[in-house]
Design a protein around this ligand. Sequence first.
Ligand code: SF4
Length: 361
Amino acid sequence: MIRGWCPTAWRPMAAGDGLLVRVRPQLARMTRDQMTGLCDAALAWGNDQIDLTNRANLQIRGVGEHGWEPLVAALVALGLVDPDPQREARRAILVAPEWSEGDDTHRIATELERRIAELPDLPGKVGFAIDAGPARVLHADPADFRIERGAWGDLILRADGREMGAALVPGGEVDALIALAEWFVATGGHDTGRMARHRTPLPRWADGVDRPAPPRATPAPGRHPFGVAQGLPFGRIDAGTFRTSGADAIRTTPWRIVLLEGATHVPATSTLLHTDACVGAPACPQASVETRDLAKRLAPAIAGRLHVSGCAKGCARAGAADVVLTGRAGRYDLAFDARAGAAPAQAGLSASQLLAYFGTS
Ligand code: SF4
């Protein structure tokens, strides 16, 4: 099943373990009070589990039908959800998380949040990336329209699926982003759904010849100039642990890492940080197999990246992994150096066959 929309706090998704309520912290940052309030809300109305998504959003899981209303009211009061559902739906903005007050990323993302109502009504999965630091860090993360650093040091506007971008006038970045979104809608973007599939030639002002700047490495778990970069196996943390992190503020990233501002304690690194696994069955109704327990058992035996996906959609990892298991009709398909759903090297294996194959049974 492919859904054409992304869940928001106002439009939660029904999962196998209850409603899933998504929170999009402004500029990918929460103050200590917001973080504490979010954790308390997850403990009160969710199942204590918080997921960090590959768009740097947080998801409270396991929310009951009667818990959703007070939960959303609490999130609105914390300033983590816009009181207007339409505005909230438009806030699909991925922000390079290591911004500093007043720099280009902070300035542009703040302006885009402020002017969010000016965006046209876009297909549900369309999103923006503001990656305006000295070098790009969101190059591998999905976004339909980007403002990013160009190879000559200026800022460029780049549409997904296009290699080159168009130079921007300083101060006019958000105007250009809104204009490109309007062009997308006016030229049939609702039919194609995503910019990468929208092959209509770009308008001349957006069809630039500026190459993006080379990317730089994303932060690794451990000490970080802000405090500590903490890796989250499978992108999950329980609310109780999150609440006691001791951080002054927290920044979310699309890399299964949170940046804990002002923290000093560096947690032990988990081998599972090289493993991707979606929630699988029974939490996801589209999964026919269990994913995370199997991933934990296989991970020590696999050199390189392991991806266990409950179905061919591959929510946990868009790119290729060294070993990929894709659930199908209650069994697993095994592929190498591939994405979820790729043609398998071996099809229809059971969990015990896989454990034996990798020598872990
Ligand atoms: S990849 Fe996993 S989480 Fe995504 S739809 Fe499939 S089973 Fe569900």
